[in-house]
Design a protein around this ligand. Structure first.
Ligand code: FBP
Length: 552
């Protein structure tokens, strides 16, 4: 296989581990801390997880341990969307397993959770792992969005584990997948099975974080990749001085990606979904906000600029949120009838007639293109796929209209020429930054220590991430500790609480205190491409979000 020069060089990059994980693996032992409580609904969660609730937090120290070097067969599954660093979690797992006992085996289930259900796997070898070290993507095993959540599926998992003598499963996923990892861990214990389940926090969206999990992996690389592209566009905008660029950024619901990219590139405008919701803003309010800034810049002869739009924005605008909910419910209830309709025009009018009066008027106000996108295929949960809704184009149209009105009223005299972009898939499989390469390798390596100690229902945790890697702390956090009960499809379900952008958090406060200056002045910053080799201040920086959250 022909590989690029960078890929070749990355094969020999040695990810940096926290100091404790650099010790002889047979001499790293777990230290159990205080028992934990879930973030809320403690009594109810205790009942739902009688075997795995309230477990202690775990850290590691140097010392002898029992069961050092026991042979293990571990299965690994990547669940959900791709995120840079997935291959390093797997190489970290593999290296730690083989160091602890060269006879241990790592089974990679193919294509996500469906791999274990269909018993499709590969057994990892040195040759295979070496082809993927420090590379982007997750093609070594692939990923998938099948949910592992039913008792029948868990029974199949048990059978497959018995068949291969698998004593532990590592699930690499976001909040939903790790919620299901906790349920699977409880299922195994309730059935008297000794199979352990450990999760690793993955999602470029950055919404799996809390006091104990400082960041999900992939967020660093994805935001650095998007920020490079945004910076390049800013420089182009500043050179040509003729376009307003509307850039939509991935991140299904939370706006962490847009916020981090704004902190890195200082665009003229960045919309934050959580703020839109808190202020109960409509598309009209957002349109007026953008149009006013366009007009102010035009007064200074600046008929150009850059606007960041989080892809989840539509679900934060209250009227659109209600419309989307109605469409989701409707499509779930009339699925067959709806799918039998061929043309998109007829689909639109079919749905229109069934909406409430309020939602119908919102739907009718949208361009046909957006209406069609709102009716596109649902995801596995029956939700609209926000990555397919071109909100940036919708805003271009509404702002254009508003500026025409302002021109007629004499309050705007500029030129408004636009370009639209969507950055999402460009960042999910990039070569992991040094941060993600180190963090992911540490998460995988650390997971093996948890499994060796027979700890189940834990999330592999590496903290103090805004410091250099040798000061990182390794350990494990009981997943039930991050859970609460939430309504899902009409039922109260135990789930890991999703972390949205906090409007009183330092990253948002920093952004909010600078945005007026960035709007009218041209304060663009150009982060450039991710650097893999060179001084630490260029290559090993964590995100601005982490730095501001940790105040360093
Ligand atoms: P995960 O949370 O599963 O990691 O995926 C996040 C994400 O990248 C979102 O940002 C985006 O909306 C979605 O996946 C796109 O999904 P798909 O790859 O199925 O188009």
């Amino acid at each position: 296989m022909k590989v690029s020069a960078l890929q070749q060089a990355r094969y020999s990059y040695n990810p940096k581990l926290p100091l404790i994980l650099r010790e002889d693996i047979s001499k790293i032992r777990p230290v159990l801390g205080q028992k934990t409580q879930s973030v809320s609904d403690q009594e109810k969660l205790q009942k739902l997880f009688p075997n795995t609730y309230g477990l202690p937090k775990v850290s590691f120290e140097k010392g002898d341990k029992k069961d050092a070097g026991k042979k293990m067969n571990v299965g690994v599954i990547l669940s959900g969307g791709q995120a840079p660093g997935g291959h390093n979690v797997i190489s970290g797992l593999y290296d730690a397993l083989k160091k602890a006992n060269p006879e241990s085996q790592l089974y990679g289930f193919i294509g996500g959770p469906s791999g274990i259900l269909e018993d499709k796997y590969i057994i990892m070898t040195d040759e295979l792992i070496d082809e993927y070290r420090n590379t982007g993507g997750i093609d070594i095993i692939g990923s998938g969005r099948t949910k592992l959540e039913s008792q029948d599926q868990f029974a199949v998992c048990t059978e497959v584990c018995h068949k291969h003598n698998i004593n532990a499963i590592v699930i690499i996923g976001g909040d939903d997948s790790n919620t299901n990892a906790a349920v699977l861990a409880e299922y195994f214990r309730a059935k008297g099975e000794s199979i352990c389940v450990v999760g690793c926090p993955k999602t470029i969206d950055g919404d799996l974080k809390n006091e104990s999990i400082e960041a999900s992996f992939g967020f660093d690389t994805a935001t650095k990749t998007y920020s490079e592209l945004i910076g390049n566009i800013e420089r182009d905008a500043n050179s040509a001085r003729k376009y307003w660029h509307f850039i939509r950024l991935m991140g299904r619901s939370a706006s962490h990606i847009a916020l981090e990219c704004a902190l890195q590139t200082q665009p003229n405008i960045c919309l934050i979904g959580e703020e839109v919701e808190a202020k109960n803003q409509s598309i009209e309010d957002i349109t007026n906000y953008i149009a006013d800034i366009v007009a102010k810049r035009a007064e200074n002869g600046n008929n150009f600029g850059v606007i960041l739009v989080p892809e989840g924005l539509v679900e934060f605008v209250p009227s659109l949120k209600m419309l989307i909910r109605e469409i989701n419910d409707l499509l779930a209830s009339v699925e067959k009838e709806f799918n039998a309709i061929d043309s998109i025009k007829e689909k639109i009018s079919f749905v229109e007639q069934k909406l409430s009066k309020q939602s119908r008027s919102v739907f009718d106000s949208l361009p046909d293109e957006i209406k069609g996108q709102l009716l596109a295929d649902r995801d596995a949960h029956g939700n609209v796929q926000v990555s397919k809704i071109e909100t940036e184009k919708l805003l271009i149209q509404t702002v254009e209209k508003r500026l025409k009105e302002m021109k007629a009223a004499g309050t705007y005299k500029g030129k408004f020429s636009t370009q639209n972009h969507f950055f999402g898939y460009e960042g999910r499989c990039a070569f992991p930054s040094n941060f993600d390469a180190d963090y992911c390798y540490s998460l995988g390596y650390n997971a093996v220590l948890l499994l060796e100690a027979n700890l189940t229902g834990y999330l592999s945790s590496v903290t103090q991430l805004s410091k250099p890697a040798d000061q990182w702390q390794a350990g494990g956090i009981p997943i039930t500790m991050m859970m609460n009960l939430e309504q899902r499809h009409g039922e109260l379900k135990p789930v890991i609480r999703k972390a949205l952008v906090e409007l009183d958090g330092e990253p948002f406060k920093y952004f909010a205190s600078h945005r007026d200056e960035w709007a009218v002045g041209t304060c663009f910053t150009f982060p450039g491409a991710i650097q893999y080799y060179g001084p630490a201040e260029v290559c090993d920086q964590s995100t601005m979000t982490l730095k501001l959250e940790h105040k360093n």
